[in-house]
Ligand binder design. Structure first.
Ligand SMILES: NC(=O)c1ccc[n+]([C@@H]2O[C@H](COP(=O)([O-])OP(=O)(O)OC[C@H]3O[C@@H](n4cnc5c(N)ncnc54)[C@H](OP(=O)(O)O)[C@@H]3O)[C@@H](O)[C@H]2O)c1
Length: 283
């Protein structure tokens, strides 16, 4: 079987591609930077360069002879890229598209509507699909590294609300299972971490991992927006983030599922483990 990973230089796609390599497969990757792909995977993958903004023949060439695609797209207009890939995939005879989506398709919060439209585009292509509706990623906590390492504090508008962040390796494990078996064709896999934690509890867990206390300070939505604009610029991404943080505060994102266990046979990785693995980022 031949697999193509789109988003292979990113957080989740790189893990999926690496899992495929570790299992003895030789996946293809569709990337904007061959250099970045080579640095990650050496010569264990077939590299196709191109840009989903103007895919053209580069995408068709990458899809030739492929059985399954893992698809990561991002942004308010991700539907256009989901459509371009899934229709090209169907045209090329690809059997199966596994799309990384979000749990928020179910709530309509944040990026949920973007992914709902993306899922619909994949459905319309006629390709067999699996949608992975993931909860917030534990790796989002890397965005807290500056204030934790500098001030020993996490500032957030999430208040005491809780969310069951998921480890990127759990997402990659589920995605790889969906890609390499026929067990989840046509399914929507809703996956979360094993426990819903408040941001204060996650700050404390990072504190335990780094060996010094980390506090939590609640800030207003307005302040959270202003802070996010500093690193992400104004636009729909920041609006979506503030929307998500508000929903966490209002306890609308506490969902937990047994999706990871059902697909992988093991419990999701706890936040404490993620923190221990990422101590260097918070020193
Ligand atoms: N963070 C969360 O809590 C969360 C929760 C649920 C769902 N999600 C969803 O997860 C997805 C993000 O996954 P991730 O964290 O793995 O993303 P990521 O680390 O930001 O990686 C994005 C990947 O897409 C590639 N890419 C971007 N634009 C491209 C283009 N025009 N053509 C070709 N490749 C392009 C990037 O390549 P370059 O290396 O060239 O930039 C990179 O490989 C989004 O759909 C998001 O909504 C996130």
């Amino acid at each position: 079987m031949k697999y193509l990973v789109i988003g292979a230089t990113g957080n989740i796609g790189s893990r999926v591609a690496q899992r495929l390599v570790d299992s003895g497969a030789r996946p293809s990757v569709f990337v904007r930077s061959a250099k970045r792909a080579r640095a990650l995977f050496d010569d264990h993958v077939d590299i196709h360069t191109g840009d989903l903004e103007k895919p053209g023949p580069s995408l068709a060439a990458a899809l030739a002879g492929v059985d399954g695609v893992f698809l990561v797209t991002d942004g308010w207009d991700l539907e256009t890229r989901d459509r371009a890939v899934s229709f090209a995939a169907r045209h090329a005879g690809v059997r199966h598209v596994v799309k990384l989506s979000t749990l928020d398709v179910r709530t309509g919060i944040g990026t949920g509507p973007w992914h709902a439209r993306g899922e619909e585009a994949v459905r319309q292509s006629g390709a067999a699909f699996t949608f992975i509706q993931a909860a917030g990623f534990m790796s989002n906590a890397l965005g807290w590294s500056e204030s934790i390492s500098r001030d020993g504090v996490l500032r957030s508008s999430t208040g005491g609300g809780k969310i069951a962040f998921i480890h990127p390796d759990d997402i990659a494990a589920v995605a790889t299972a969906a890609l390499t078996t026929r067990d989840h064709d046509g399914e929507t896999l809703v996956i979360t971490g094993r426990e819903a934690l408040s941001y204060g509890e996650m700050a404390a867990a990072i504190g335990r991992a780094i060996g010094r206390p980390v506090g939590f300070e609640e800030i207003s939505d307005r302040q959270a927006y202003a802070d996010a604009v500093q690193w992400a610029g104004k636009g729909p991404n920041v609006d979506a983030l503030v929307d998500i943080w508000r929903a966490v505060r209002e306890s609308r994102l506490e969902t937990m599922t047994d999706g990871v266990k059902r697909v992988t046979g093991r419990e999701p990785i706890p936040f404490a483990q993620w923190a221990a693995e990422n101590v260097a980022s918070f020193q």
